[in-house]
Design a binder for this molecule. Structure first.
Ligand SMILES: Nc1ncnc2c1ncn2[C@@H]1O[C@H](COP(=O)(O)OP(=O)(O)O)[C@@H](O)[C@H]1O
Ligand SMILES: [Mg+2]
Length: 335
């Protein structure tokens, strides 16, 4: 059976990353996982947890996930630290938070860059002292929790703009493990494709599947802004749409099955690789203008989808929004 939680890799960068992850797994130091959305940060967090002790021990240890970006600001503290009965209107029973649930195991704080400044202060204290109080509680609760956090944005920018506390950053980032984007390790695409084909042919009970060579060529040419998650979703789609066990170009979505990619024989050597867009910038252009151009072109290349553009550029949606706002108030010089 192909497992859906396996960490599949073969590129030298990821093999080295795995070695490093195995070394840090045995210690309790906080680890910060960085990389774009869909690169496999959650897979890596599970890998670290699973390798932190022997199988018999780890099976009994909790792995708790808190997605800081998905929980409203006013609920995040109760999610992390729990609350006492009567702490606020509607608190009709005492509830454990994620820190307590993760006691003895791992707490995975996903999208840490989205955490409010208020919650950051409390988190810093809890991580530093491994102790906290439930909301409305007087008793100090001690825990033994391994913290793994993850972010798809560059936290240095958030620190500069005052959205992320520097002290918390240093506390969480004792070890940083960076997962490169899929477009920078395209040599892994065939292996990942093969793995996901197995996963989905088992899921949909389809039997053996064959993928035509030109589909793989298209996969290698495409830029994968959504990284491995996007590849996985597209393979699921291909498997569902496949006829007689064959995946051909007809089942590929249009953004992947481009003319450009089908007519590979027409690409002359020495020309720029197709599928990629370039921006020409005159020497002497001020940084601000370069930044503006890069942002505008990235936005237009992803149909003005701000989340996708922010992801590609490695900044938070908030940072992108602020920069766009800044440009709106500066006149365009027509370039
Ligand atoms: N190297 C990999 N091997 C197998 N599956 C992977 C790999 N990287 C990512 N995935 C799959 O892609 C999806 C996105 O991965 P995830 O860890 O959630 O990414 P992130 O947390 O960085 O957004 C998940 O379904 C995961 O199982
Ligand atoms: Mg994730």
């Amino acid at each position: 059976m192909a497992s859906d939680n396996e960490w599949i890799h073969e590129s030298p960068e990821i093999t080295e990353l795995k070695r490093k992850a195995l070394r840090v797994a045995k210690s309790k130091v906080p680890v910060l996982l960085t990389g774009e959305n869909g690169t496999g940060k959650e897979v890596l967090a599970h890998f670290i947890h699973n390798n932190s002790a022997s199988k018999e021990i780890i099976d009994k240890k909790p792995f708790i996930i808190v997605n800081c970006g998905a929980i409203p600001e006013d609920l995040i503290e109760s999610e992390l630290f729990g609350y006492e009965k009567g702490a606020f209107t509607g608190a009709d029973h005492t509830k454990e938070g994620a820190f307590e649930m993760a006691n003895g195991g791992t707490l995975f704080l996903d999208e840490i860059g989205e955490l409010s400044l208020n919650a950051q202060v409390k988190l810093l204290r809890a991580v530093e002292y491994q102790s906290f109080r439930r909301l409305g509680g007087k008793e100090e609760i001690k825990v033994d929790v391994r913290i793994i956090s993850a972010t798809n944005v560059i936290l240095h920018d958030a620190i500069k703009s005052g959205d992320f506390r520097q002290d918390l950053f240093y506390r969480l980032n004792v070890i940083e493990l960076y997962i490169p984007a899929l477009r920078h390790r395209k040599d892994e695409i065939p292996l990942l494709t093969e793995h996901f084909l197995k996963v989905f042919s088992e899921k949909y009970n389809i039997g053996k599947l064959y993928i035509e060579e030109d589909c793989l060529t298209c996969f290698k040419k495409y830029n994968w802004p959504g990284n491995v998650r996007e590849l996985k979703n597209i393979i699921e789609r291909c498997v569902v749409l496949s006829k007689d066990g064959v995946i051909d170009r007809d089942v590929l979505p249009s953004q992947i099955a481009t003319e450009d990619c089908m007519n590979t024989q027409h690409i002359k050597s020495g020309s720029r690789p197709s599928g990629k867009k370039f921006l020409e910038i005159e020497i002497g252009t001020p940084f601000d203008e370069i930044e503006k151009k890069v942002i505008q072109q990235t936005l237009s290349s992803c149909n003005n989808n701000k989340s996708e553009a922010a992801n590609i550029l490695g900044v938070s949606r908030k940072t992108l929004h602020n920069k766009l706002h800044k440009y709106e108030s500066t006149p365009d010089n027509g370039n």
